[in-house]
Design a binder for this molecule. Structure first.
Ligand code: ATP
Ligand code: MG
Length: 375
């Protein structure tokens, strides 16, 4: 049996392991916290730091393959493991480009992939010379996630809230909508695309509020999005699952926002809504089986279950019964031991032929299901 390791034990690792039990594979997982959402679902748990060379290298030695659930892993250790014959999904060279937003933007530019214009900045001082470029979005080079590390700089009076570390300043896009494409790349370079997803954001938290699949876009925008997404993964030269986040601007241009080299929040609906889920597909890639079918069975919406403001501690879920009364609603609680304001604690997928019904139920769930804490 193949031995496959996962770096990171959050919800992505958890859903990946749920899909693994269908296949002959021995699973390994490394995470700092033995109580993490994925820890009890793998065959072999290792407590370790995914950012530390020795921890990653020792974990990976002797495995057939490794995948990641977060970009912030020690890529030098992965490179050494790759040179010793361990297959890494995504390849460390691709990971190194994506992990740093400066390198990632430069990569799009070098490969003539449409993306918003940008400047590289080293500190807040550099922003002062770029007032002609405002309004713009300042993004930290490394270490940002879930909207942390992204700052809108509308006018020169916002410059003080910029980042004092290497970052990019991107031209503000007049966004019509944000969509995401999950792209599948097999070991032999075969590709498949999932239907794109519409992402609808909550501006207060900068966290995704809900998403609808398939996205409501014209055929022309779909073709552009597909062509661009395939160009991104071809240029990255790596097998694996990739999520390409795209902006459709008010003129119908399609621009890449960013790419994740892994299973992604924008693909969670594929568990129920598509024939082969993004998690099933990653096992097929890593175990070198034929790819599955990416087509959707029914349109779907996803609502994130987010920790309530002012609540930190052991989570209490309210409204689950009400949500489960909704036809074709599927609840995924991630099993995090602590809830925090804005933390992703789970998601609900709703299936329906009717788009209006999906939006209606998504809003109902957002209002019904809450995560508070004891005390
Ligand atoms: N150039 C831009 N113009 C307009 N809006 C932008 C731009 N860049 C980012 N945004 C807005 O900020 C959001 C977060 O940006 P981005 O996806 O780069 O950050 P992130 O920290 O990786 O977030 P996440 O982890 O949630 O994907 C985008 O989804 C979009 O709504
Ligand atoms: Mg993003």
């Amino acid at each position: 049996m193949k031995k496959i390791g996962i770096l990171g034990g959050g919800q992505l690792g958890r859903m990946l392991l749920q899909a693994a039990i269908n296949y002959p594979v021995e699973t390994f997982l490394m995470e700092n916290d033995a109580e993490c959402p994925a820890a009890h679902l793998c065959h072999h748990f290792t407590k370790g730091d995914i950012t530390v060379f020795d921890d990653v290298y020792n974990f990976g030695k002797g495995l057939n393959a490794i995948t990641i659930e977060i970009e912030n892993v020690n890529d030098a250790a992965l490179e050494k493991l790759e040179s010793e014959g361990v297959k890494i999904y995504p390849r460390p060279a691709a990971l190194k480009i994506i992990k740093n937003k400066i390198k990632q933007k430069q990569f799009y530019k070098d490969n003539e992939i449409p993306t918003s214009d940008f400047f590289i900045t080293q500190n807040v001082e550099d922003l002062k010379a770029l007032t002609h470029f405002l309004p713009a979005v300042h993004k930290i080079g490394e270490g940002g996630y879930d909207g942390k590390g992204v700052q809108i700089i509308r006018t020169s009076s916002d410059i003080a809230s910029g980042f004092n570390v290497p970052a990019i300043l991107e031209k503000m896009v007049a966004i019509h909508k944000e969509i995401a494409m999950i792209v599948v790349v097999s070991q032999t370079g075969e590709t498949a695309l999932y239907p794109p997803v519409d992402m609808v954001f909550d501006n207060r938290l900068n966290l995704l509020s809900y998403q609808i699949s398939p996205a409501d876009i014209t055929e022309k925008v779909l073709w552009k999005a597909e062509a661009i997404s395939l160009t991104v993964v071809k240029a990255l030269q790596s097998a694996g699952i990739f999520a390409v986040e795209l902006f459709v601007d008010k003129e119908g241009n399609v621009l890449v926002n960013e790419t994740a080299p892994r299973v992604h929040n924008s693909g969670h609906h594929t568990i129920e809504a598509n024939y082969s889920s993004q998690f099933d597909m990653l096992w097929r890639i890593m175990l070198q089986y034929p790819l599955g079918n990416t087509e959707h069975i029914l349109p779907a919406a996803i609502v994130n279950i987010i920790g309530a403001a002012n609540c930190t501690g052991t989570p209490v879920y309210e409204g689950l019964e009400k949500v489960l009364e909704i036809p074709d609603a599927f609840v995924h609680i991630y099993g995090k031991t602590i809830t925090k304001p804005g933390r992703k604690m789970g998601h609900v997928t709703i299936l329906s032929k009717e788009k209006q019904e999906l939006i209606h139920q998504a809003n109902r769930i957002l209002q019904t299901l809450t995560v508070s804490s004891y005390g």
